[in-house]
Design a protein around this ligand. Structure first.
Ligand code: FES
Length: 108
């Protein structure tokens, strides 16, 4: 099983904030959406662009790619409007000993 990687202390990712962590070559974008944590690949499925440059709408729970404007649901990665159609991969996230952890589990 792929080991967990530490993102940050739980106190460093408040509701409405997001943070990028790397698991090997995989950039993972972790969101605090209204007190619940979610993790998506930091990669738009339309073209090769990082979602973390975009705006996290902490009320609607979406992240908008600033390149062409597709929005994704941070809870399940689904694309909400074109030009992206494919969902962004979702990764597990947990809090342990006061820190946030995630991992790219696709190789498990
Ligand atoms: S690269 Fe994200 S919408 Fe085009």
């Amino acid at each position: 099983m792929t080991p967990w990687i530490r993102v940050c202390a739980a106190s460093e990712l408040l509701p409405g904030e997001m943070k990028v962590a790397w698991d090997g070559d995989t950039p993972i974008l972790v969101f605090n959406y209204d007190g619940t944590l979610y993790a998506l690949e930091d990669h738009c499925t339309h073209e090769d662009y990082e979602l973390s440059s975009g705006k996290f709408d902490a009320r609607g729970g979406t992240i908008e790619c600033i390149y062409h404007g597709s929005r994704f649901d941070v809870r399940d990665g689904r694309a909400l409007n074109p030009p992206a159609y494919a969902p962004v991969p979702v990764f597990p996230v947990k809090v342990e000993d006061g820190a946030i952890f995630t991992r790219d589990d696709r190789g498990d």
